[in-house]
Design a protein around this ligand. Structure first.
Ligand SMILES: C[S@@+](CC[C@H](N)C(=O)[O-])C[C@H]1O[C@@H](n2cnc3c(N)ncnc32)[C@H](O)[C@@H]1O
Length: 320
């Protein structure tokens, strides 16, 4: 397989490299912003689960770019962006990095310290666990990560603020929606054009943060999921928790499920572009080293280690 074959199969992977984004996920946030105007009035933003950093790049370009144009907004506030991930991330202009775990209260404290006690206007989370291929397990872990993101968000988000997070639209999604609706007056499930239809991945856009009266943020709080019972997701009719579903991104945008010819434009010759920023110290590095030395015994080992891959895998789960 030639190195350009992925460029053919995955138009957003290709465009990400050509436009200098570290991952194709950048387009998901850009398309969500196109629909929801996420960045208007935002001076303090948090990117949870940020590595390799394409969402942080979007935040940096949009928020700092806007600021450079307007110099200072009416309130004269400076733009601050914090990115958190378990993994190390190559530096980005105007983005403070915290290598840490979003489930830890110390991470929340570090974010608040960076904002000098001020709450964030926007929290985004594209967090994904390493998928196992066991759909129920993957959905469960993703749901736990979303709840952890919501939990840390309750520590750092201002009242009225916005939270955007990746969600798997699996069979327990109704419970997640209902938990989110406890904290936000508006919850919408959105599917950007750059997120493949074959993936159950979508994004919840939660607006107007308004926690229940007396709610005290607490990392060990299972976010009120004690109200869960097994019949919850079977609720029908008016009892069902319905959140609007929105396909978003400009409809003329490329279709992430299609294969495109390399020659996209009649008057622009295709040229292979290498990845913008390969991951630094990725968790699979050790396995690649072992494999190179024939020390890794595993069935169906892929023929190439993805040391140059800048693309995060879409969850290999059922199509929606
Ligand atoms: C799909 S990638 C994020 C891609 C990123 N939005 C971008 O645009 O480059 C998911 C990330 O979630 C991170 N992650 C998973 N669990 C985490 C946790 N508990 N705390 C912090 N980061 C976590 C992983 O390390 C991984 O880098």
């Amino acid at each position: 397989m030639g190195r350009s074959s992925k460029d053919k199969r995955d138009i957003y992977y290709r465009l990400a490299k050509e436009e200098g984004w570290r991952a194709r996920s950048a387009f998901k946030l850009l398309q969500l912003d196109h629909e929801f105007n996420l960045f208007t009035g935002v001076n303090r933003a948090v990117d949870l689960c940020a590595a390799p950093g394409s969402w942080s790049q979007v935040l940096s370009r949009k928020l700092r770019g806007r600021k450079e144009k307007a110099e200072k907004d009416e309130a004269g506030e400076e733009v601050k962006i914090v990115a958190v991930d378990l993994q190390a991330m190559a530096p980005l202009p105007g983005v403070t990095q915290i290598q840490g775990d979003i489930t830890k209260v110390t991470t929340a404290q570090e974010i608040i310290r960076h904002f000098e006690g001020q709450p964030a206007d926007l929290v985004v989370c594209d967090g994904a666990p390493d998928v196992t291929g066991l759909h129920d397990v993957d959905e469960y872990i993703q749901a736990q990560l979303l709840l952890a993101a919501l939990n840390i968000t309750t520590h750092v988000l201002k009242s009225g603020g916005t939270f955007v997070a990746k969600i798997f639209r699996g069979k327990d999604v109704t419970l997640l929606y209902s938990q989110l609706k406890i904290f936000f007056s508006s919850v919408t499930c959105a599917k950007p054009r750059s997120s493949r239809n074959s993936s159950i991945e979508a994004f919840v856009v939660c607006q107007n943060y308004s926690p229940p009266e007396g709610y005290v943020p607490n990392m060990s709080n299972p976010l009120l999921d004690h109200s869960y019972d097994v019949d919850f997701n079977q609720l029908e009719g008016p009892n069902r928790v319905i959140v609007p579903f929105l396909a978003c991104g400009d409809l003329s945008a490329f279709d992430s499920d299609r294969t495109y010819p390399l020659q996209l434009d009649a008057d622009k010759q295709y040229q292979y572009t290498p990845p913008t920023q390969p991951p630094i110290c990725p968790p699979y590095q050790e396995a690649c080293k072992l494999r190179k030395n024939n020390l890794l015994s595993r069935e169906d080992t892929p023929s190439v280690c993805p040391t140059q891959s800048q693309d995060e895998p879409e969850p290999p789960v059922e199509s929606t």
